[in-house]
Design a protein around this ligand. Structure first.
Ligand code: HEC
Length: 223
C-alpha cells in the first residue's frame, strides 16, 4: 500500500513539506541582511516630502504612474538607472504600481525644474495637447495641512524630532516663497494671492516628485 491510500498521513506530510519549502524560500531570506541592503545615500523623506507623498496617494497618482524601472534596456534608456532594493527603504507603503497610463516616475526627481511641475499639474494639456492626465490646479488652492506631520514621520520611524519637522516645513516654506525662488513666476500664477506666502498641497507634491530617484542619482554618480 502506497502513501496515497492514507489521506491523513499524506495530508500531514504534504503540509510539512510545504512548510519547510516556505520557511527556506520566504522566512530565511526575510531575515538575511543581504536581502535588505542599505545605502548611506538613501535618506528618509522630509516632513514636506512625506506630506506630498500622502497627497500623491490620496489623489491616486499611482493608478496611472508606476514607480519602478525594470532592468530592461528599453526602460533604462527611457527612464534611467533601474530600481534598486535599497531605495525603497522608507517607502511605507511602496508605490511600485502596475499600470502605466502615464510614464514611470521613479526617476522624475531633477528631470524638470519646479516651474515645469507647477505648469504641468495645473494643466497637463497645456504642455502635451493629447495628455489624458487630469488637471490638478486646485491643489495650489489648498493650504498644506501640517497638523499630523510630526506624528506621521515619527510613526514611520524617520527619527526626526518635533523641532526638526518644524524646521523642515519652515525651510521649505522659505524656499518657495523667496523672491529669488527660480520657479517663482509659475508658482505665483497658479497659487491664489492669500496663499502666496504659505505652503500649499501643490508645493508639497512637487517637493515629493523632486525627491523621486534623487538619492539614487547621487549614489550612482559616486560609484
Ligand atoms: C489618468 C491617468 C493619470 C493620472 C491619474 C495622473 N497622471 Fe500624470 N501623466 C499621465 C500621462 C498620460 C502623462 C504623460 C503626458 C503628460 O506629461 O501629461 C503623465 C505625465 C506625468 C508627469 C511627467 C512625467 C515625465 O517624465 O515627463 C508627471 C510628473 C506626472 N504625470 C505626475 C502626476 C501626479 C503627481 C499625479 C497625481 C496628482 C498624476 N500624474 C496623475 C497620466 C496620469
Amino acid at each position: 500500500m502506497g502513501i496515497t491510500s492514507k489521506p491523513v498521513v499524506f495530508a500531514v506530510l504534504a503540509a510539512v513539506v510545504i512548510l519547510i519549502g516556505t520557511t527556506v524560500t520566504v522566512f530565511i531570506p526575510l531575515l538575511m541582511p543581504s536581502t535588505q541592503p542599505v545605502s548611506a545615500y538613501i535618506k528618509p523623506y522630509t516632513a514636506v516630502e512625506q506630506e506630498g507623498r500622502d497627497i500623491y496617494m490620496r489623489e491616486g497618482c499611482n493608478n496611472c504612474h508606476t514607480q519602478t524601472v525594470r532592468p530592461l534596456r528599453t526602460e533604462v534608456l527611457r527612464y534611467g538607472e533601474y530600481s534598486k532594493p535599497e531605495e525603497f527603504a522608507y517607502d511605507r507603503p511602496f508605490l511600485w504600481g502596475s499600470r502605466r497610463t502615464g510614464p514611470d516616475l521613479n526617476r522624475v526627481g531633477g528631470k524638470y525644474p519646479d516651474s515645469w511641475h507647477y505648469k504641468h499639474l495645473d494643466s497637463p494639456q497645456s504642455m502635451f495637447e493629447k495628455s489624458n492626465m487630469p488637471p490638478y490646479g486646485w491643489l495650489a488652492k489648498n493650504r498644506l495641512d501640517i497638523q499630523y506631520s510630526f506624528k506621521k514621520t515619527s510613526t514611520l520611524g524617520y527619527g526626526y524630532s518635533e523641532s526638526d519637522v518644524h524646521k523642515q516645513i519652515d525651510q521649505y516654506r522659505a524656499t518657495v516663497t523667496d523672491d529669488n525662488y527660480p520657479s517663482k513666476e509659475s508658482r505665483s500664477k497658479v497659487t491664489p494671492r492669500e496663499l502666496q506666502k504659505e505652503l500649499t498641497e501643490m508645493d508639497a507634491l512637487i517637493a515629493y516628485l523632486q525627491k523621486l530617484g534623487r538619492d539614487v542619482k547621487m549614489m550612482e554618480a559616486a560609484k
